[in-house]
Design a protein. Structure first.
Length: 400
C-alpha cells in the first residue's frame, strides 16, 4: 500500500544506530510516512546520557532553525488576509530601515558604506536574499558587527524590537537580491508577524498553527509539567567524534518564556508535532479539517524563488547553512530541490526541507508523497553527513 520495502527500510535503523553505538550521537528518533500513513518509526539511544534516560517518542527537542518554516507559514497566513504584498519594501513596515546602507569595504572597526541597489522587500526576507547575515558565520566584517552588537545569537536576551533597532544601525552585507546568505531574516519575519497581527509571535503561532494542528508540545518554552521531557543538548568536541553537554535540561533556558521570541530558531517540538506540521504542508495547507493555508499558497511557497531559477551555488557563498548548495533553490521558508543530479543525492524535483542547529531535519517530497523527520540534539548540524545519508537510506526503500 505504501510502496516501501520493509526489508530495505531495515537499512535505515542499521545505519543510524552506528552513530549512537560509536558515541557520535546520544540518541535519535526517525519518522518516515508516505501517503499520510506512518511507514517507519525508530527510537534509539538516550535523551539524557548523564541521567541514563532513554529517548522516547514524546521527547521534546530544540528544533532551532526548523522554527523558520513555522514562522514563514505564520506570516503567509497574514499575506492571505491582505496584510502585505511580497514585493512591499520592508521599510514600509519598519520605517527606521528606509536609510539602510550596504557595506562597501573596510573591517568591523572602520568601514565604508553605500546605498543599496534597490530596497529590501519582504520576499527578500523569506528567501534570505535580504543582505542580512548571522554573526556566527564568521565570514565577513558585517558578521563581526553582529557579534559585537549581540544580534542573532542563540540567547534569549532583549526583544525583537531591540534586534530591529540594532539592525537599523548596521550595514547590510550586500544589496538585497544580489546574493543568498543565511541570516536573521526569519527573525525579522517574526517581528512583522507581531506588527501585522498585533499579537506576540508565540501567541499568534499558537492561535493559527500549533493550536489548530494539535501541536500541543510545540512552542517557545515548556510548561513546568513537561520539563522532564526535554532532551539534553550536546555539542561535538572539536577534532573528535565525541560530544559533551551543551544545555542541561534541568537548568535549560527553555523552562522560561524568552523575551526574544526568535522566529528563526526559538522553538521546541516533538517528532509527532512536527509531523503534523509537515502533513499539513504535504496536504497543501489542510489537516484533519483544519485549513491553515490555501492550496495555492503552499504550492507557491515551495517553488524556487531565487532569480532566474538559480541554485544556491550560483547565488550564495561558501558559508554554513542547513542545506547543501548545488542543485538546491530556495522558496518562502524552505530549501527546494531544482536539480537532483547536481545535488548529488537521491532527491525529487520540488522536494522541500530544512534543518536545525542541533542536527534535527525534515524533508517533504510531494512527488512521492513522502515525509522524513529526524530528531536528535547535537551541535553543530554540520558534524556528520547523516542528513544526506538518510535521504539515500529512505529513497532506496521505495519499490512502487
Amino acid at each position: 500500500m505504501l510502496g516501501l520495502s520493509d526489508h530495505k527500510l531495515d537499512h535505515v535503523q542499521r545505519h543510524l544506530r552506528t552513530y549512537v553505538d560509536d558515541g557520535r550521537l546520544p540518541g535519535y528518533l526517525c519518522l518516515v510516512s508516505r501517503r499520510g500513513a506512518e511507514a517507519l518509526f525508530l527510537d534509539y539511544g538516550q535523551m539524557d546520557v548523564a541521567r541514563g534516560r532513554s529517548i522516547a517518542r514524546d521527547t521534546i527537542f530544540r528544533i532551532y532553525s526548523m522554527t523558520k518554516p513555522i514562522t514563514s507559514v505564520a506570516l503567509m497566513t497574514l499575506y492571505e488576509r491582505g496584510k502585505f504584498q511580497l514585493d512591499d519594501p520592508v521599510a514600509r513596515y519598519i520605517p527606521r530601515w528606509r536609510d539602510l546602507k550596504v557595506f562597501a569595504g573596510g573591517d568591523a572597526r572602520a568601514y565604508d558604506v553605500k546605498a543599496p541597489d534597490r530596497p529590501m522587500t519582504i520576499k527578500d526576507l523569506f528567501t534570505h536574499t535580504s543582505g542580512l547575515t548571522y554573526g556566527f558565520l564568521n565570514a565577513h566584517p558585517v558578521d563581526a558587527l553582529y557579534r559585537a552588537n549581540g544580534v542573532g545569537g542563540m540567547g534569549n536576551e532583549g526583544t525583537l524590537e531591540d534586534m530591529i533597532e540594532k539592525l537599523t544601525e548596521l550595514p547590510l552585507q550586500f544589496s538585497p537580491g544580489a546574493r543568498w546568505n543565511y541570516s536573521v531574516s526569519t527573525d525579522v519575519l517574526g517581528y512583522l508577524v507581531q506588527k501585522l497581527a498585533d499579537r506576540d509571535l508565540d501567541d499568534y503561532i499558537r492561535e493559527t498553527i500549533t493550536g489548530p494542528l494539535g501541536m500541543a508540545d510545540s512552542g517557545f518554552a515548556l510548561p513546568a509539567a513537561e520539563y522532564h521531557r526535554l532532551a539534553a543538548c550536546y555539542e561535538r568536541v572539536p577534532g573528535t567524534d565525541t560530544y559533551r553537554l551543551q544545555d542541561d535540561p534541568s537548568t535549560s533556558p527553555y523552562r522560561i518564556r524568552p523575551t526574544f521570541l526568535s522566529g528563526g530558531g526559538g522553538m521546541v517540538s516533538t517528532i509527532d508535532d512536527y509531523h503534523r506540521f509537515t502533513l499539513m504542508l504535504l496536504n497543501r495547507g489542510e489537516l484533519d479539517g483544519e485549513r491553515i493555508l490555501g492550496r495555492k499558497t503552499v504550492e507557491y511557497m515551495t517553488l524556487n524563488h531565487l532569480p532566474g531559477n538559480r541554485d544556491l551555488a550560483a547565488m550564495g557563498q561558501p558559508t554554513f547553512s542547513e542545506t547543501s548548495y548545488d542543485g538546491i533553490g530556495f522558496g518562502l521558508g524552505f530549501s527546494v530541490v531544482i536539480d537532483p543530479a547536481a545535488a548529488n543525492v537521491l532527491d525529487s524535483v520540488g522536494e522541500y526541507a530544512w534543518g536545525g542547529a542541533a542536527s534535527t531535519y525534515f524533508f517533504v517530497d510531494p512527488a512521492e508523497e513522502l515525509i522524513v523527520i529526524f530528531m536528535t540534539q547535537l551541535l553543530p548540524s554540520s558534524s556528520y553527513p547523516v542528513r544526506r545519508q538518510l535521504k539515500a537510506l529512505v529513497y532506496q526503500a521505495i519499490v512502487d
